[in-house]
Write a protein that binds this ligand. Structure first.
Ligand code: HAX
Length: 436
């Protein structure tokens, strides 16, 4: 057993009695109440999920295993010739809650390297897909097609797998899948946009470095990849992608089904696709103004025109956050350091100034501040990744690290099938005292 797996086994076994005790002795303790607004309004803020991997405070933003983004960036081991932590070390940290040593990072890197080869049938499937397939469809299909590799399914079907050990083959599926998805993403990119000129992986490189190489983008894109995958990994478990992954896994569907489903949830414009929407929206102004940086007045007019046409301002607002997303700020810092004079970054920065007061004036959005998606596309664009319908695939690679870590723990703690209860409109009317 690898050191990480052994550590995880110990942690899960130590943690399990806490969950068991809560269920056995305190099941009836009330944690929340639900009102009609929440029932019709997408279960917003209803406390009904549990995860110990990240927590999203509305005013502070995300904490991964108790640490803010700047703390994570400071504490985790970094690549010697870069500024960002290893994704491998970050995954170790998400799984265990411990800051990894250099040896821990090395071990995860070796595990990924051992498992990185993408089956040929996945390549054939991707090549056979229509040329206008969205990259998210290709990514999700590639993941789903590998379901036949699932160790969980093999062991479950053997009839000998005990419930407390479900996490073990899930862990194997998780590592097998995470090791392959950067290569699958890069393959889709090169196939679709670079005349199918595929670049071989460099298994000796770390995950971020290898990804940059396979994409064919020079330094510091390796650091951009590390930053991007870390920032997008987890945002507690109620967001559409994380929740979908958890929900599908709760039926004991394996990780291939769950992560493919997670990807499909991320592909909506109100969720991960917003980063693509931000860029296409910004390019409308860019093209209209011939690349000139707009004045504040011109930008305000563009924002109001978008709102008046009934559309949302992509990259702004959030279902939980009530302040500027710290993932936005981490990327903004990166931009201020590496691309302060980029015209598109200037657009994004101008939006940071003009959009919140407009959304406040409009009076609908509960959170007028920018979210992660407002800032991420501009970095990709700057480093030459101009095909913005690919951006959500990058988000999905990152998100998979968080959701896999969560599902391994779901299995370790034996979380059951998810099954909230529905009511009818008539029942709600009755609860509201509406007389017919
Ligand atoms: N522009 C215009 N209107 C907005 C808005 C925005 N950016 N954000 C919210 N609103 C509107 C909503 O559409 C809603 O209007 P209606 O009452 O007419 O339906 C109203 O304000 C109240 O919405 P809310 O309670 O503030 O927000 P929700 O929790 O319902 O939705 C969203 C949160 C993120 C979906 C929303 O803010 C939005 O559509 N933002 C733009 C799309 C976006 O950036 N999505 C990415 C979010 C981060 C993420 O998940 N990344 O993956």
């Amino acid at each position: 057993m690898s050191a990480l797996k052994e550590k995880l086994r110990k942690k899960i076994e130590e943690w399990r009695p806490r969950t068991t005790r809560l269920i056995k002795e305190f099941s009836n303790v009330k944690v929340d109440e639900v009102d009609i607004g929440q029932i019709i309004g997408g279960a917003r803020d209803v406390k009904s999920l549990v995860t110990d991997i990240s927590y999203l405070d509305p005013f502070e933003g995300i904490r991964f295993r108790g640490f803010t983004i700047p703390e994570v960036m400071e504490k985790l081991p970094k690549v010697s010739d870069g500024e960002m932590p290893y994704v491998e070390g970050f995954f170790f940290f998400l799984l265990t809650g411990e800051i990894p040593s250099d040896d821990d990072v090395k071990e995860v890197a070796q595990e990924f390297s051992k498992r990185h080869i993408v089956p040929k049938y996945v390549i054939d499937i991707l090549k056979a897909m229509p040329v206008d397939s969205h990259p998210m469809v290709m990514f999700s299909t590639a993941i789903l097609s590998m379901q036949r590799e699932s160790e969980f399914v093999k062991e479950y079907n053997s009839g000998e797998l005990k419930k407390n050990d479900y996490w073990i083959p899930t862990y194997e599926d998780g590592l097998n899948l995470l090791a392959k998805i950067p290569g699958i993403a890069a393959f889709i990119y090169r196939l679709k946009y670079k005349d199918a000129k595929i670049i071989d992986p460099d298994p000796k490189s770390d995950l971020g470095g290898n990804f940059a190489k396979m994409m064919g983008i020079n330094k510091p894109y390796d650091d951009v990849a590390r930053l991007y995958f870390i920032l997008h990994s987890d945002h507690e478990s109620g967001n559409v992608s994380a929740h979908t992954g958890h929900l599908v896994a709760s039926a004991l569907s394996d990780l291939y089904y769950s992560i493919s489903a997670m990807t499909n949830g991320l592909a909506g414009p109100l969720h991960g696709l917003a980063n693509q929407e931000v860029l296409s929206w910004l390019h409308e102004v860019y093209d209209k103004l011939g690349g000139k940086v707009p004045t504040e007045e011109e930008m305000k007019k563009f924002v109001w025109d978008t709102l008046k046409s009934g559309q949302v301002i992509p990259g702004f607002g959030h279902a939980v956050l009530r302040k500027t997303d710290p993932r936005y700020m981490a990327q903004r810092e990166f931009c201020l350091k590496h691309l302060p004079d980029d015209p598109l970054f200037k657009y994004v920065d101008l939006l940071f100034k003009v959009v919140p007061p407009i959304l406040l004036e409009q009076g609908k959005a509960k959170n007028p501040w920018p979210n992660v998606d407002a800032q991420s596309g501009v970095i990709q664009w700057y480093y030459g990744l101009k095909e913005y319908d690919f951006y959500t695939v990058l988000f999905a690679v990152g998100r998979a690290f968080g959701v896999v870590a969560n599902i391994i723990w779901d299995r370790g703690l034996g979380y059951p099938l998810e099954r909230p209860k529905s009511v009818t409109t008539a029942m709600l009317e009755e609860a509201a005292g509406i007389k017919k």
